[in-house]
Design a protein around this ligand. Structure first.
Ligand SMILES: [Zn+2]
Length: 162
């Protein structure tokens, strides 16, 4: 990892030729100059650059982007759980439609378990992959936990209600 002193030495060498440098190198020097008085002074004399206003401009655009990202994540979280609730509702509804007192007690819940395996597990898999692609790791862990709870305990829950 590059340390402050090391970057400082490089900056001292590079600031005299600042205007000839690539954009990436310029950015490294500017970032260092924000924290280093002597480099900041040299940079301002060589490159005609004002560090402070530029830094303020930098801060405003990312804030907007962060807010958008935050909103997107929240909508995404709601959507992911909404889809699961709908599908579980459909599975429970389907179960209630086929529920009959004539069928032996144990076998009735086999159908519910089969619906979970047939419909909920593939759905959960697709949704988890989607969440993973979005790099939303917190939601991914939360969803995985919810899915495991649903797969193991959803039929027990219905059994309690029936
Ligand atoms: Zn420096």
């Amino acid at each position: 990892m590059a340390r402050f002193e090391d970057i400082h030495i490089l900056c001292q060498e590079l600031i005299p030729i600042y205007n000839e440098l690539e954009e990436d190198a310029k950015r490294v020097i500017e970032k260092h100059a924000e924290e280093c008085e002597s480099c900041k002074e040299q940079l301002e004399s060589v490159g005609n650059i004002e560090i402070t206003p530029k830094e303020m401009n930098h801060n405003q655009a990312p804030m907007k982007r962060f807010k958008k990202l935050f909103l997107f994540k929240r909508v995404n979280t709601l959507l992911m759980f909404f889809i699961r609730v709908i599908v579980l509702g459909l599975i429970a509804f389907d179960f209630s439609q086929h529920f009959s007192a004539d069928v032996p007690y144990g076998i009735q819940f086999e159908g519910l378990r089969a619906s979970l395996v047939l419909f909920y597990i593939p759905l959960a898999f697709v949704l988890l992959m989607f969440t993973w692609f979005l790099k939303n790791m917190k939601l991914l862990l939360m969803s995985l936990l919810v899915d495991l709870l649903v797969i193991y305990f959803f039929d027990d829950l219905i059994r309690l209600i029936v």
